[in-house]
Design a protein around this ligand. Structure first.
Ligand SMILES: [Zn+2]
Length: 127
């Protein structure tokens, strides 16, 4: 069975396989909107392409966070939510300090997620 889905940006209609819709819902796509969301994913209009690119960037940043931070001490969750809120534009930048590392998360003028990590070695002698 095929269903019609309309791109969320340009409204272009695409035929979507019902099996693909079911799979999308299982993967967490909002039920009831799955046909349109799949049509958007397949659409080649400018806005749909930009949205796909944004999603890829966010996923790449998430990958980096998972390989850099630990879930055990909660730092991963902290960084992930910082990336998310910065990316969505709700906040301009977040600075997280963990041990001797300072991570500043913001977006550059092209909307790319930028994470600047600085390492500070300081030594204090107390007598
Ligand atoms: Zn489109």
């Amino acid at each position: 069975m095929m269903r019609k889905g309309a791109c969320l940006y340009c409204g272009q209609i695409r035929m979507i396989e019902e099996d693909d819709m079911l799979r999308a819902v299982m993967e967490g796509v909002e039920a009831g909107k799955e046909a349109d969301i799949l049509a958007t994913r397949q659409c080649d209009c400018e806005d749909a392409a930009r949205e796909r690119e944004r999603k890829e960037r966010r996923e790449a940043a998430g990958e980096w966070a998972r390989s850099t931070f630990s879930e055990q001490d909660g730092s991963l969750q902290m960084i992930q939510s910082a990336i998310q809120t910065t990316f969505e534009g709700a906040i301009d930048s977040v600075t997280v300090k963990i041990n001797k590392y300072t991570h500043k998360i913001d977006t550059d003028s092209d909307g790319m997620i930028r994470i600047k990590t600085t390492y500070k070695e300081s030594k204090t002698e107390t007598f």
